[in-house]
Design a protein around this ligand. Structure first.
Ligand code: MOS
Length: 735
């Protein structure tokens, strides 16, 4: 039998199998779908951040051309809140009552014959408000707080004693702003009821979760709901929840007995589908004179919506980042009148890594020790909390290979000691990990009489390469050329797979695909076991491998048979097998499942007169376990690192401190990096297949982002001597 263990450690760089369809405009994104007889929705959103609706006058809107209905809290019955689904916390139901909890809250949905009519009529809805002063700030004394929401706070040893015993201590406060996920594709929902059956084309990273939510909210069996999202124009976490606008579109379609399509506008994307919430972090580190960490204390506070539960535990990652005997991590969420946050690429770790890896640079400076050397002296060679060996860990190799490729040894120790004309030049680094995350998954593999395979699960390709890597994997396991394998994803009717999130889908769905392909070969062997006409008769799974469109004996290449020949002789049109995967348990493994590790080395140039920061070089080395496709994996790391550059230098969702209105909710005003901001990036993979799964993969998505902002801030310090502890690093901090 061919197994995943026989796959190469770094898989071939197959071009994206969905690339031609995407570049030719043939790939249909959620908003590209239409249904016969569909109506169109447009949202009306609150213009205050806190208070009550005193009255809604919908008469002008209802009289406008083409308008079919206006839904408000006055005519929408109380809808149940969606269920907890895995990590997915459902937002509160929409249009519940007259309370306003944030600026941009949906207060009405206008449905009309055309999108233009709905949009025009939405402007005619008159809403009266009684406004109260909103809570918008972390330090507002009126705010309520939630301590340790996910039970991730941790403590080992005695931090105060560790600090007291330390020869060198640093202590600093770091702040990160609100960032907005901003996938390019506008989120949309097309909902169509046929009796009690519901079909929804939705912009989601998690079709099975949307199905479960809609079945729960609308009181129909899950088998009556189908959620489709074969392609998605990006998500970055925004597609990990069934948002209120999705519920509203489905409700309107049921009431009107017509399909309803609702496409958010770009400004609505800033308030309706989550964001990375702002926060403050306080870090204290202590070390011996020779640079051994004796204490890490990391406390984080971040904003949470008034009635929502999507938490960001900033500090949790610091519990396992380094070998250190005394560690304390504490997270607190502060409720405010802000739109609901959501995971945004490397949630919590993006912010937490900025604080910890900045503080490590400050500690290196205080110790007068090379920052890379400081990390090397504190590598956690076993899991620092569990004391178990890692299932894989090539962090030391990440450091060594990165330092070599970057030319770290040529870096002068003293800050502000290099210049290139009017540019001050600096180099710095960060060492990171992204935790292991895995969820159960199902998959199915089928070989048809024409010698093709169809492999699928309800997981997504959100632009990350799932179609491609699973095509490669299936082709390899079934002994077929990739062009004879078709992947089916993004459909909740397919075997249930988890979210495209947490950098965990390839491992989860890939392991289920591995299982399905293995069982499919078994099924073929069962067919020919007693078949006198088959050269494979009597073969056991370990006697054969998949090759050349069929199965052949390992000990005799001439004893082989193609799938189509077997199926034809047995009068079968196809043969299928179901596979599954379940996450490994640390106790059973006797090891600590490892996430991905990485090291980022960055060079920046800072204009001495203008304060302008340019990233001039970036070298990233990642231990992602087995890499299924070198090209798509590299693309993930490059994309992640660009997200880190955006976080470090550009991205900032600005909320007016009085009204609670987002002041830059457009792509013109919300800055993200463009090509001219991005240097050539050097990305290398190191490491071994991970031992937590037969597939051996680890997540290669979010680890590309974690720590990049710290590496840039550290490099800015090395260039200028100025320590910036607040993101984004704008020129005013450097003048
Ligand atoms: Mo990612 S924030 O898990 O989509």
């Amino acid at each position: 039998m061919s197994t995943a263990r026989e796959l190469p450690v770094v898989g071939p760089a197959l071009d994206r199998v969905d690339g031609p369809a995407k570049t030719a405009g043939q790939a249909r994104y959620p908003s590209d779908f239409d249904a016969p007889g569909q109506a169109h929705g447009a949202l009306v959103q609150s213009t205050i951040a806190a208070g009550r609706i005193t009255g809604i006058d919908t008469s002008a809107a209802e009289a406008a051309p083409g308008v079919l209905a206006v839904f408000t809290h006055l005519n929408v019955p109380p809808l149940p809140r969606g269920p907890m689904t895995g990590l997915g916390v459902s937002p509160p139901a929409p249009l519940r009552d007259d309370r306003i909890l944030h600026h941009g809250q949906h207060v009405a949905l206008v449905v009309a014959e055309t999108r233009e009519q709905a949009t025009a009529a939405a402007r005619l809805v008159r809403v009266g408000y009684a406004s109260v002063e909103p809570v918008l700030d972390l330090d507002d004394p009126r705010a309520t707080t939630v301590d340790d929401p996910w039970g991730l706070d941790s403590e080992r040893g005695d931090v105060e004693a560790g600090l007291a015993a330390s020869a060198v201590r640093v202590e600093a406060t770091y702040t990160t702003p609100d960032n907005t996920n901003n996938p390019l594709g506008l989120f949309s929902t097309l909902a169509a009821w046929d009796g009690d059956r519901l079909t929804v084309h939705d912009a989601t990273q998690w079709p099975s979760m949307v199905r479960e939510t809609l079945a729960h909210v609308f009181g129909v069996p899950e088998t009556s709901v189908r959620v489709l999202s074969p392609y998605l124009g990006g998500g970055f976490g925004a597609g990990l929840r069934a948002w209120p606008h999705v519920i509203l579109a489905v409700h309107a379609a049921r009431e009107l007995r017509r399909p309803v399509k609702l496409v958010l506008t770009r400004p609505q994307m800033f308030t309706s589908v989550g964001h990375r919430p702002k926060g403050v972090q306080h870090v204290r580190l202590g070390a011996s004179a020779d640079g051994r960490l004796l204490a890490i204390e990391h406390r984080g506070r971040s904003l949470l919506a008034a009635e929502d539960d999507d938490y960001e535990p900033f500090a949790a990652g610091s519990a396992v980042a380094y070998a250190c005997p005394n560690v304390l991590t504490r997270d607190q969420q502060v409720r405010a009148n802000v739109p609901a946050p959501v995971s945004m690429r490397a949630p919590a770790h993006a912010q937490g890594g900025f604080a910890l890896e900045s503080a490590m640079d400050e500690l290196a400076q205080a110790l007068e020790l090379d920052p890379l050397e400081l990390r090397l002296r504190n590598v956690a060679d076993v899991h620092p909390a569990l004391g178990l060996p890692w299932t894989s860990n090539a962090l030391r190799e990440c450091y060594a290979v990165g330092a070599e490729r970057f030319g770290w040894s040529r870096r002068p120790a003293r800050p502000r000691s290099q210049r290139d004309g009017h540019w001050l030049v600096g180099q710095a680094m960060a060492g990171v990990s992204y935790p292991w995350y895995q969820a159960p998954s199902l998959a199915r593999a089928t070989v048809t009489a024409d010698g093709h395979a169809v492999v699928g699960g309800s997981g997504m390709d959100i632009g990350t390469g799932t179609y491609t890597v699973l095509t490669q994997l299936s082709a390899r396991l079934l002994g077929l050329p990739p062009e004879r394998v078709r992947l089916e994803l993004g459909d909740s009717d397919l075997p249930k797979a988890p979210q495209a999130g947490g950098s965990g889908l390839t491992g989860a769905l890939g392991s289920a695909v591995h299982d399905a392909c293995t069982k499919l070969l078994d099924a073929f062997l069962d067919l020919v076991r007693d078949d006198p006409a088959s050269p494979l008769r009597g073969s056991a799974p370990e006697d054969v491998l998949a090759a050349d469109g069929g199965i052949r004996r390992r000990d005799d290449a001439d004893r082989s048979e193609t799938y189509d020949a077997i199926l034809a002789r047995h009068g079968r049109r196809e043969l299928s097998a179901d596979g599954s995967s379940t996450p490994a348990r640390p106790a059973e493994l006797g090891m600590a499942p490892a996430g991905a590790f990485g090291a980022h080395f960055v060079e920046v140039k800072v204009d001495e007169d203008l304060g302008l920061v340019r990233v001039s070089r970036l070298t990233t080395v990642i231990d992602g376990g087995r890499i299924l496709n070198e090209k798509t994996a590299r693309s993930q790391i490059i994309g992640g690192a660009i997200g880190g550059i955006g976080m470090a230098l550009f991205e900032d969702t600005i909320t007016d401190p009085v009204s609670g209105r987002i002041a830059n909710a457009t792509f013109g005003d919300y800055l993200v990096p463009v090509h001219a901001d991005i240097p050539a990036m050097d990305v290398t993979f190191v490491g071994e297949p991970d031992r937590a799964s037969p597939l051996g993969t680890k997540g290669v998505g979010e680890v590309g982002l974690v720590g990049v902002a710290a590496a840039i801030a550290n490099a800015v310090h090395h260039a200028t001597g100025i320590r910036v502890r607040s993101l984004p690093i704008t020129l005013d901090a450097l003048l």
